[in-house]
Ligand binder design. Structure first.
Ligand code: PXL
Length: 276
């Protein structure tokens, strides 16, 4: 069985980051180790949250892994809260990235043209530098724009998306996938570029009228699960689009749904089937 490690916060309530990555990647049949970077009562989109920073734990935990000869087939980073954490994560890559270790960075920090609470443009530049160390990055277009220091442009065409993707790979990461992309009314999906083969791939499914918090984390986790199960990146991205849509449909169907979080739990059997 493959073993990955995911480095991001744990928000006790409000399904995102580790409480999404752990169940989804485990459901893919992949051992999912965690390195929690912070503990929050609730994620930062709630009107109120506590935040206990765990930056001081990152190095001792990493050193202990090294001493125990623990290694990983993939390293997946999501929400990271400070410049110091970015530096420690880079050090973690240097220690644990073997030739065949797959590094996935989801540069979680913004959506809909705006940075999340607590993030700055300087942080976006530092995240862009970290992305040079990844095998695949999966930003949305807001995160891509902040990392590249260009204005957010929601009225994009295909040429612009291809330019964004090439610019992302110019940061040093060979592959980039932009999430939340659609060109026609009613479609949403992913646009991917592999700079090694100079090829593009796109896949869309149905756009629902509502958006839910945490879908980016579901998408990234499902993608990594697929790759670790031996699927091509293109197939893994397709599975992630379809699974994310199914999670959103399950949420929309639930008349007792909460204002936070997606009912991904109900769609896990569908995800497992897609990976067969
Ligand atoms: O879903 C991304 C995410 C992860 N972790 C925390 C967040 C968010 C988005 O707001 O607040 C703590």
């Amino acid at each position: 069985m493959k073993r990955i490690i995911t480095i991001q916060d744990i928000s006790c309530v409000g399904k995102c980051s580790l409480t999404v990555a752990l169940p989804i990647i485990s459901a893919a049949g992949v051992e999912t180790a965690v390195l929690p970077t912070a503990v929050l009562s609730t994620h930062t989109a709630f009107p109120k949250f506590t935040f206990k920073d765990l930056t001081d734990e990152i190095d001792p935990i990493s050193r202990t892994f090294s001493e125990l000869n623990i290694d990983f087939d993939a390293i997946y980073t999501g929400y990271l809260g400070s410049f110091e954490q970015l530096a420690l994560v880079e050090k973690f890559f240097d220690s644990f990235k073997r030739e065949d270790t797959f590094v996935l960075i989801d540069p979680v920090m913004a959506d809909n043209g705006k940075l999340y609470s607590g993030f700055t443009e300087e942080f976006a530049s530092a995240m862009a530098a970290l992305c040079a160390k990844a095998d695949l990055v999966v930003p949305n277009i807001t995160e891509a724009a902040f990392m590249l220091g260009v204005p957010y442009n929601p009225n994009y065409d295909e040429e612009y998306i291809r330019w964004l993707l090439r610019s992302l790979t110019d940061l040093g990461c060979p592959r980039a996938a932009l999430t939340g992309i659609g060109f026609k009314e009613g479609e949403i999906g992913v646009y991917y570029y592999d700079s090694i083969t100079d090829t593009y791939f796109k896949y869309f499914n149905e756009l629902l009228p509502t958006s839910y918090h945490g879908t980016g984390d579901i998408f990234a986790s499902a993608t990594l699960g697929g790759i670790m199960r031996g699927h091509s990146i293109e197939r893994a991205l397709t599975v992630a689009v379809d699974f994310t849509l199914e999670c959103m449909k399950a949420t929309a169907r639930d008349e007792h749904r909460r204002f936070y979080g997606v009912n991904f739990e109900e769609a896990l059997p569908y995800y497992i089937d897609l990976l067969k």
